[in-house]
Ligand binder design. Sequence first.
Ligand SMILES: *Cc1c(COP(=O)(O)O)cnc(C)c1O
Length: 370
Amino acid sequence: MVDLKSQYKKIKTEVDAGIHEVIDSATFIKGGKVTDFQHNLETYLNVKHVIPVGNGTDALQIALMVLDLKPGDEVIIPTFTFIATAEVVALLGLKPVLVDVDFDTFNISIDSLKKAITSRTKALVPVHLFGQNADMEAILSIAKESNLFVIEDACQSIGSAYTFSDGQQIQSGCMGDIGCTSFFPSKNLGCFGDGGAIFTNNDELAAKMRAISNHGMVVRYYHDIIGVNSRLDSIQAAVLDVKLKHLDEYCNARRTAADYYDKAFGQTEKLITPTRSANSNHVFHQYTLKLNGVNRAELQKYLAEKAIPAMIYYPVPLHFQKAYQDERYKAGDFPVAEKLSECVMSLPMHTELSEDQLEFITKAVLEFCK
Ligand SMILES: *Cc1c(COP(=O)(O)O)cnc(C)c1O
């Protein structure tokens, strides 16, 4: 699905030098590399504060911790997403309220979201799934009306931007009160282990989240709030600082691959190619097809025989997950998410796909769909 080895080879000299600098300096935690990367990412995103943390799940958890929510407060999340979004809500004793998504974009449905708001709703967590921003103009306007916090799950969308109707363009994760991203190796900006970051333009929230990520500590050994231990390692920051310089190039490489897929698969009605929103560009964390009258398991098997990986993101919507069973939800409540979980299939998508590989993959898929 990804080819991190070939990507590394192209930047090896620079990455290795950065890693060795950290080892030589022996400042593995909170070193200068972390601050350098933080500032470079702030500049890239045009956001006031980047808070590097241990991973994307922690980023979401810290973002929810800073809001001073009370047990039972409701947080709205889409039911078609990676589990982390729901996990942190549940872990903090908050109440995850699930809503459906749009068939076209896979992102949170505005109609479904509006219907889910109650007097106990405190926050919305839109997920910019597969690398395309949710309808943030609508989401921010609803949040303002109902006085809700917006935490963007931008774990799959770093580098994409959203254009508002007044022409203003803002980077993914920098539109709501807080944005969260992940630097897991296979993410669009990935490190060599776990990593994540929080974005905000709010000084007060930034200071508090910085403290929470470091045991709730501002002055050493004085703990004003309950925190966690979630920091980005200096070695990871060294890798990320090199890769950040290539992020736009990486996004373009993914788009070029997506264009190739789109063109090839446009020939058949059996494959529905990803919709590109008018108000967001797409960084294709995943290239996800919707199969239309194609046996998914058989296709996946057929591709596997040709050594072509294909993955199902996500096979089970949150309301059907064992750990999240809830009497509030039953089959049929979120028909779009349920349908998507049965018909989606993601193909290899990364920065190193060659035309030969793309031709091989598309030919095989089309051959099966004949
Ligand atoms: C990857 C991901 C996360 C979690 O990030 P980790 O760094 O793996 O903890 C959260 N939400 C979404 C949508 C993701 O894709």
